[in-house]
Design a binder for this molecule. Structure first.
Ligand code: MV4
Length: 447
């Protein structure tokens, strides 16, 4: 087992990783930017190293500064958290060369799944259902029109280097597609330095269902069930839950099997997420795979009882998966509410000093946060200040607990998304589990 782990992240996820290390008896090293001197992850780690000024490119994305910090502090492994360097194959490769363990999958698996057109092609060849569309990248407007004619309109163009909703364009007819093709290419080139596109049939009003998979270095690969992440706005998830109201045991079994197949074909090790679209007829399609721990991992932890970060550390150290050969059936129901420091009308970040902070507690209530009373939220990073995760014996108990916990969650001095969550819990479509990726459209004027 590792003696010391460097946490290459900040905020609530850095604290989450430090907590897992403490339970395992592993020392921790925090890294921080000049804007994060007062951050809790610095206080709770055993050691800390300043790695540069606030722009992420100079600190949390600065590979040489982070590797130097690991070498100076003699850390044997690095946990990247989510965002920042977590899906950077080059970073994972550098660590291999330096004999520091990257707590995550191999550089090769990160690379294959990071190229979304290649990922689609790779899992399709393994027999995983994908949305009808181009077999690989498309390299001309004529090719795009030809594929669209075959699969039927509407279609969606996606950037190979994109993911998470960036660099997508819908075409509803030939004229729109021809126009979308040029804009999408230019946007992809500008955003990712890679103009490559692929095309899929556009699935109207799908649900976003993702499966948690976990592999070890002994060839064990299991899934831990799904999360429903349909409540999103501008490709930012707002609420996630497990299990999904749309799955029964049979569909869960088939989707879980497809998720494991997709992970196995790239030799996946450690925690990963296979994203699917589920259409109104109950057909599911692979969308992409995220090769990291996700923000919403706590809902899976709550319904499986597995500490996923401890599991990640154990398999990175060469241990066997604790649930090898088993798939974990969900027990109870968990819902996560992302509390962002945001202006509720314009959805712009609302940084500043937290004048009062009183998180709720009690049975079935978990708050993952690095915020505290008096903390000044720096304007440079994402606006997530807390995750409220409620768990009940069933969905209705989880919803009541969510209402209660949101009512008792006091955050003063900044604007947050707490009032928006309260309103969502009053919506009959939410209460009845009628979810889709278009759910938030009616909240355009959200409070
Ligand atoms: C789609 C789609 C419909 N059809 N692909 C958005 C995130 C990125 N991972 C893929 N996304 C979508 N891909 C096809 N073929 C609709 C979306 C989509 C979406 C997906 C999940 C959650 C919210 C969404 C909001 C708008 C569009």
């Amino acid at each position: 087992m590792f003696k010391k782990i460097l946490v290459a992240n900040r905020g609530e996820i850095a604290l989450r990783i430090i907590s897992a290390c403490r339970e395992l008896g592993i020392r921790t090293v925090a890294v921080y930017s000049e804007a994060d001197r007062d951050a809790l992850h610095v206080r709770f780690a055993d050691e800390d190293v300043c790695i540069g000024p606030y722009p992420s490119s100079a600190s949390y994305l600065n590979i040489s500064a982070i590797v130097s910090a690991a070498e100076i502090s003699e850390a044997d492994a690095i946990h990247p958290g989510y965002g920042f360097l977590s899906e950077n194959a080059y970073f994972a490769e550098i660590l291999q060369d330096c004999h520091i363990t990257f707590i995550g999958p191999s550089p090769d698996a990160i690379r294959k799944m990071g190229d979304k057109a290649l990922a689609r092609q790779t899992v399709m060849a393994a027999g995983v259902p994908t949305v009808p569309g181009s077999p690989g990248p498309i390299d001309s407007v004529e090719a795009a029109l030809a594929v669209a004619k075959k699969v039927g309109y509407p279609v969606i163009l996606k950037a190979s280097a994109g993911g998470g909703g960036r660099g997508m364009r819908v075409g509803r007819d030939e004229r729109e597609l021809a126009e979308a093709y040029e804009t999408a290419r230019a946007e992809a080139e500008k955003a990712f330095g890679n103009a490559e596109l692929y095309l899929e049939k556009f699935v109207e009003e799908p649900r976003h269902i993702e499966f948690q998979v976990f592999g070890d270095r002994h060839g064990n690969l299991s899934h831990m069930g799904e999360r429903e992440c349909s409540i999103q706005r501008r490709h930012q998830k707002l609420i996630e839950e497990a299990p999904s109201t749309a799955l029964d045991d049979s569909l869960r079994g088939r989707m879980g099997e497809a998720a494991v197949k997709a992970a196995r074909v790239v030799g996946y090790v450690n925690a990963g997420t296979v994203e699917f679209l589920l259409d109104r007829e109950g057909r599911f399609y692979f969308m992409e795979m995220n090769t990291r721990l996700q923000v919403e991992h706590p809902v899976t932890e709550e319904v499986t009882g597995v500490d996923m970060v401890k599991e990640q550390i154990a398999v990175a150290a060469g241990e066997r998966l604790s649930f090898a050969g088993r798939t974990l059936a969900p027990r109870g129901h968990a819902i996560e509410f992302r509390i962002n420091a945001e202006d509720p009308v314009r959805f712009t970040p609302s940084p500043g000093r937290i004048a009062a902070f009183h998180p709720p507690g009690g049975l079935g209530v978990r708050v993952d946060t690095a915020a505290y009373q008096g903390y000044v939220i720096p304007p440079h990073y994402d606006s997530l200040i807390a995750k409220l995760i409620v768990t009940g014996r069933d969905r209705s108990e989880a919803i009541s607990r969510g209402k209660r916990a949101l009512d008792l969650f006091v955050v003063e001095g900044i604007k947050t998304t707490i009032p928006m969550h309260r309103r969502i819990l009053e919506e009959s479509d939410f209460v009845d589990g009628r979810l889709s990726t278009r759910f938030m459209d009616r909240f355009a004027q959200a409070s």
